[in-house]
Ligand binder design. Sequence first.
Ligand code: AMP
Ligand code: AMP
Length: 229
Amino acid sequence: MKKQSKNPLLLIKFLTLHSLLVLSASQDFDFFYLVQQWPGSYCDTKHGCCYPSTGKPVSDFGIHGLWPNRNDGSYPSNCDSSNPFDASKISDLVSQMRSDWPTLSCPSNDGLTFWGHEWDKHGTCSESVLDQHSYFSTALNLKTEINILRALEDAGIHPNGSNYSLSSIKDAIKRASGHTPWIECNNDSSGNSQLYQIYLCVDSSGLGFIECPVFPNGKCGASIEFPMF
Ligand code: AMP
Ligand code: AMP
């Protein structure tokens, strides 16, 4: 005869506690930043850039990363050295990665170093939610949901070396996407503030955009250059 638990309520309590403990132990973050980068601003700096060995990327924002973050502003990193980047797991994504997640570091390379760095540093911290293939495919799919360049161009903000206000850039992205972005600036070789990276927040399952629980630090100049690429 099958043994019956004498107290099913106790069993339910135990299972709930158990799953809460497992969840809190394995998911040490509250949301993601999806960070996209303007390649012209990565290149237009003192360090410069190198185009990928597969050719110059298209003139569009590229993904920098999908970064697990906590509501207090801190973030975990390099969470699981036993699960290192394995390029063979994303072979079906590589052609989309080349166009939407382009490497720009020198010397010129095929991108695996950049993607591996992002997985090892950030991806391993959300591996309980997104395995390696889902981590990259989730970021690629989220990027296609909000076309940042189109949002800016529709508002008359073009990558032609002109200057724009922070508020006009923020408003254009907010109007098109429904979500408030964070704008990160860097400096060109003459010290001018330029539009470098756009942060949008994503829920902890990677399913959709949310309003950011907390914003990064940093300051843009009052007038921001949008360089050509
Ligand atoms: P992270 O460590 O994820 O915060 O990202 C910062 C690192 O990524 C720095 O080492 C950057 O030089 C590098 N990085 C940023 N953008 C790119 C890019 N498009 N290609 C290659 N490396 C990049
Ligand atoms: P501040 O100029 O720092 O007083 O900021 C004025 C408003 O703009 C606040 O709501 C800030 O959160 C917002 N803000 C400041 N810098 C940025 C930025 N780089 N990206 C997005 N919002 C910003």
